[in-house]
Design a binder for this molecule. Structure first.
Ligand SMILES: Cc1cc2nc3c(=O)[nH]c(=O)nc-3n(C[C@H](O)[C@H](O)[C@H](O)COP(=O)(O)O)c2cc1C
Length: 347
């Protein structure tokens, strides 16, 4: 049914317009109790039989292993609605310290024959203060801490590389107290120079600044020093750089790594590609990370997941949990619940 709607209507709409409309609808559904319950019940009825597989992630038990990847809910407004659709956790962001509009439109394209997307969004973000307010409201609402919400932070476009640590400090200082975990994003291809910050010498001070910002934010909450900090990496890094980041994760006592972001290893135009073309490299990076990180660190696998089989493949490669974005766009609102159940049936 969604496939029909997609083929006949949605694919004719501008992709960013369609995304904004879906995001607004999901946010509204999440905010209105009866709508949320109706969606939860409807999705459960349509998703078919079976159960999701309870999953431990960063010290919390979740109903299943499938979360929403960063980029879908940049402002945090849709977190509750997304969990009503069957996602087990949500990564909000990327959030920049100051508000910024991102790149000029158009900046999101469908590669329909591959069921993939290409984007050059460039961190459109309402800024850390605004997102902190949204998340504070969510957390203060009934059951607000029942949702697992990670926050992914980045730097503003106009911030020069040497000043990047200060941006990560500021973003963490606003947001950490509302987060279950924090992700330092240095891997999006659409902010000039950002991916160079994956080099260990550049990354170390950024991680230390994010940790210091988080400590500031958590003062007085009783959670000081206990917020898991992760780094999100690109699929285009050579294996040696992935190994170096893994040893930095040990040295800096990170909780783990999110792998992978979109790829620029294509010749399709500006921006990063997501969806099925990422899957093979995503699995390889997750496998390599698991070998290098050992059993105690967390690996969140993301990249080209479109079925229960893909979820199972990532878990078998060593991921503790997984995320998706592109398949949700192509497959529609029942997809998260159906895929979570299909993955559960494989264990
Ligand atoms: C339109 C779009 C926007 C994205 N924005 C972000 C972002 O702000 N921060 C981030 O870390 N990743 C971002 N991503 C990358 C996703 O989080 C994910 O790593 C990538 O899309 C691979 O997963 P998928 O194949 O399931 O889409 C974005 C992806 C898309 C398609």
């Amino acid at each position: 049914m969604y496939r029909l709607l997609f083929d006949c209507v949605l694919r004719r709409l501008d992709p960013e317009f369609a995304h904004d409309a879906a995001h607004r609808l999901i946010a509204w559904t999440g905010a209105v109790g009866p709508a949320r319950w109706a969606v939860r019940a409807g999705v459960a009825a349509l998703a078919g039989g079976g159960r999701t597989r309870p999953t431990r992630l960063l010290g919390r038990m979740l109903p299943g292993p499938l979360g929403v990847a960063a980029g879908f809910d940049k402002d945090g407004r849709a977190a509750r609605g997304l969990t009503a659709l069957g996602f087990s956790f949500v990564e909000v962001g990327t959030v920049t310290p100051e508000p910024q509009p991102g790149n000029a439109r158009p900046r999101l394209w469908r590669l329909t024959d591959q069921r993939a997307l290409r984007n050059a969004m460039g961190f459109n973000s309402p800024g850390a203060r605004a997102v902190a307010l949204t998340l504070a409201r969510l957390r203060a609402s009934q059951g607000g801490w029942d949702l697992m919400v990670g926050v992914n932070i980045g730097k503003n476009r106009t911030t020069a590389a040497p000043d990047a640590p200060a941006d990560y400090f500021t973003a963490a200082a606003h947001l950490a107290r509302h987060a279950d975990y924090l992700v330092v994003n240095v891997s999006s291809p659409n902010t000039p120079g950002l991916r160079d910050l994956q080099a260990v010498q550049a990354l170390r001070p950024i991680l230390e600044a994010a940790r210091a910002g988080a400590a500031r934010s958590l003062e007085g909450t009783g959670r000081r020093d206990r917020l898991p900090l992760l780094v999100k990496i690109a699929p285009d890094l050579p294996d040696d750089s992935v190994r170096q980041i893994a040893s930095l994760a040990h040295a800096e006592q990170l909780a783990g790594v999110v792998a992978v972001n979109t790829t620029i290893a294509h010749e399709l135009g500006p921006g990063g590609v997501s969806g099925p073309p990422l899957r093979r490299r995503g699995l390889d990076v997750v496998r390599l990370l698991r070998d290098e990180l050992g059993p105690d660190k967390t690996v969140i696998g993301v990249g080209g997941i479109s079925s229960g089989e893909d979820v199972a493949a990532y878990l078998a490669a060593g991921a503790d949990a997984v995320q998706a974005y592109t398949a949700f766009i192509f497959e529609g609102p029942i997809w998260p619940a159906r895929t979570g159940r299909a993955a559960g049936a494989r264990h």
